[in-house]
Design a protein. Structure first.
Length: 134
């Protein structure tokens, strides 16, 4: 595996997690291409572009949604091609008004843009069957 590309993808994923952990919608969505798709276990259906997720996030904020913390555990990168990588990790999230941490696992597919930036093109979030507090 190209160690440089792996480190770049890990850095891109860390930027995304950091933005999410700060409940910073603008920085979070900047990590995704406009045509990114999303599959979340807690949302019916499939979101076919970033703007759909942005609208959903805004509706959640109206209802009091705010991320208080987010931890990435066991990050892994699989380089599929020179410009495509699959990032997986276990994630623990604390939300305002919710007791305890959400235990989830996530897959994010990244694509390297012609300018060299790794941006997310797909995100899939599911419950983590390992509900420890690692």
């Amino acid at each position: 595996m190209d160690q440089g590309a792996e480190q770049e993808v890990l850095a891109a994923a860390a930027r995304l997690v950091t933005a999410f952990a700060a409940s910073d919608a603008e920085r979070n969505f900047a990590c995704f291409v406009p045509e990114a798709s999303f599959v979340f276990h807690n949302v019916a259906g499939w979101l076919g572009e970033r703007s759909e997720y942005e609208r959903l996030w805004t509706s959640w904020e109206v209802d009091g949604f705010r991320v208080e913390a987010c931890r990435s555990l066991e990050p892994r990168v699989s380089l599929v091609a020179t410009d495509v990588a699959v990032f997986t990790h276990r994630v623990r999230t604390r939300l305002a008004g919710v007791s305890g941490e959400l235990a989830e696992r996530e897959t994010i597919v990244f694509h390297r843009s012609p300018e060299g930036a790794w941006l997310a093109v797909h995100e899939h979030l599911s419950p983590d069957p390992v509900e420890d507090n690692a």
